[in-house]
Design a protein around this ligand. Structure first.
Ligand code: NDP
Length: 451
């Protein structure tokens, strides 16, 4: 590896020794931009460009005290990693999940800057959240937590400063409570401060569908470039949240058959094709578990997760895999199983769902991989469209937003494809996405001086 790149990687490893997810994300990006770095080495070295790119502009952590329904005070930790404001206000979701820690926040923030650059829209990169677990909490507990979280976060965000949105555990309900508290503290209706809002108070039509739909637009383009299509393909989807549900919906609309969905307890396998209306009812309305699917479709199988083992979902035979739950859900072993079963493409709906060795193995075996920072960028792109509508005090129809999303995803695919071809990595869209986004950020960094 190039000496300068190696030096920055080693330094990053020393400075962030316990942050494994963050190091994984940095390694993946730096590992694929060598030709760009070699062509600009003196300038990048002199301006410490890579050193600056791997150091977040700001990390905020804070205490979030709240009172549960029994009257007991609880304390969680809140985070906001404002990674880069190079090309626009900080932008990225909030995750509420017990696994949240600084490493996960930094990996997600780092990924976000490249993803947002790929959209072509003026948005910087950030991520935030808390180790709060929303599972099993009452609406009132969720509201009190969100209000306490925002009572600290409000001083760090703003519609031209930093614009959070949803992620795991943060959907329309949470965004509503967060927005209500922000508005109350600020005594101003700054609609563009959060995205993923409900339609009734400034949200964008098609935002809910955007990440999943965008993933399928990208997948469609990637397959078409390789003379393939979604029509008639069997698809395994993991997760049953926002991204998974709408990826499954669009895949079905494109003629594919989706046979699985999951949550952190296990997966449903319905060889006849998943009944998506039922999944929406269980997950979006009742906030239940995917296992309940079997009550209505007793012929579907329920495969339970075993602690410490890979999800059984990746052992099911299919043409296309769409991991839409969480990071590192496809290990090398699972990747081998997918290849053994004849998979042709993997579309990453979740952020960094494949471990590094799983990605490398899939690429070695010539499996088409749609990398998350490109393939799931439709969510944040549509968030930026929500911000535009808020600024204009206007709204677009569902079809108008979807048409803009589709165009953006087509352009993202082209950018990844062109960069891969230009740098001799034909068919490697993982490298293509990293190179295309890195070049844009590097140019912006050089243009703005040493800041
Ligand atoms: P949701 O909270 O709506 O759904 C998450 C789903 O993944 C649930 O089914 C959840 O199951 C499952 N899940 C979460 N953690 C784990 C785990 N550790 N092991 C197994 N399953 C798990 O989140 P989203 O759909 O919004 O997000 C899913 C992924 O997509 C994340 O990686 C997120 O960063 C990424 N993403 C989301 C975007 C968005 O617009 N929402 C945009 C771009 C990326 P359970 O209910 O049991 O926890």
């Amino acid at each position: 590896m190039n000496e300068y790149l190696q030096k920055v990687l080693t330094q990053t490893e020393q400075n962030n020794a316990n942050e494994l997810e963050y190091l994984q994300a940095v390694n993946e990006v730096l590992g694929s931009i060598e030709p760009v770095v070699e062509a600009n080495e003196d300038l990048y070295k002199k301006t410490a460009l890579l050193e600056r790119m791997v150091e977040p502009e700001r990390i905020i952590t804070f205490r979030v005290p709240w009172v549960d329904d029994s009257g007991q005070t609880q304390v969680n930790r809140g985070y906001r990693v404002q990674f880069s404001s190079l090309i626009g206000p900080y932008k990225g979701g909030l995750r509420f999940h017990p696994s949240v820690n600084q490493s996960i926040m930094k990996f997600l923030g780092f990924e976000q800057i490249f993803k947002n650059a790929l959209t072509g829209l003026p948005i910087g990169g950030a991520k935030g959240g808390s180790n709060f677990d929303p599972k099993g909490k009452s609406d009132n507990e969720i509201m009190r937590f969100c209000q306490s979280f925002m009572t600290e976060l409000y001083r760090h965000i703003g519609q031209d400063v930093d614009v959070p949105a949803g992620d795991i555990g943060v959907g329309g309900r949470e965004i509503g409570y967060l927005f209500g508290q922000y508005k109350r503290i600020r005594n101003a209706y700054e609609g563009g401060v959060l995205t993923g809002k409900d339609i009734c108070y400034g949200g964008s039509l098609a935002r809910k569908e955007a990440t999943g739909y965008g993933l399928i637009f990208f997948m469609r383009e990637m397959l078409a470039a390789n003379n393939l299509s979604l029509e008639g393909k069997t698809v395994i989807v993991s997760g049953s949240g926002n991204v998974a549900i709408y990826a499954a919906e669009k895949a079905i609309l494109n003629g594919a058959k989706v046979v699985t969905m999951s949550d952190s307890n296990g997966c449903i396998y319905d060889p006849n094709g998943i009944d998506l209306n039922l999944v929406k009812q269980i997950k979006e309305v009742e906030r239940g578990r995917i296992k309940e699917y079997q009550k209505v479709h007793p012929n579907a199988q329920y495969l339970k997760n075993n602690a410490g083992e890979d999800s059984p979902i990746w052992t099911i035979k299919a043409d296309i895999a769409l991991p839409c739950a969480t990071q590192n859900e496809i290990s090398l072993n699972s990747a081998k199983k997918l290849v053994e079963n004849g998979i042709i493409a993997v579309g990453e709906g979740a952020n960094m769902p494949c471990t590094s060795d799983a990605t490398n193995y899939l690429l070695e075996k010539n499996i088409l991989v749609a990398p998350s920072k490109a393939a799931n960028a439709g969510g944040v792109a549509t968030s930026a469209i929500e911000m535009s509508q808020n600024s204009m005090r206007y709204y677009y129809t569902f079809d108008e937003v979807e048409a803009k999303l589709e165009k953006i995803m087509i352009n993202i695919f082209k950018a990844c494809n062109n960069a891969a071809n230009e740098y001799n990595k034909k068919g490697n869209y993982v490298a293509g996405a990293n190179i295309a986004s890195f070049k844009k950020l590097a140019d912006a960094m050089l243009a703005q001086g040493i800041v």
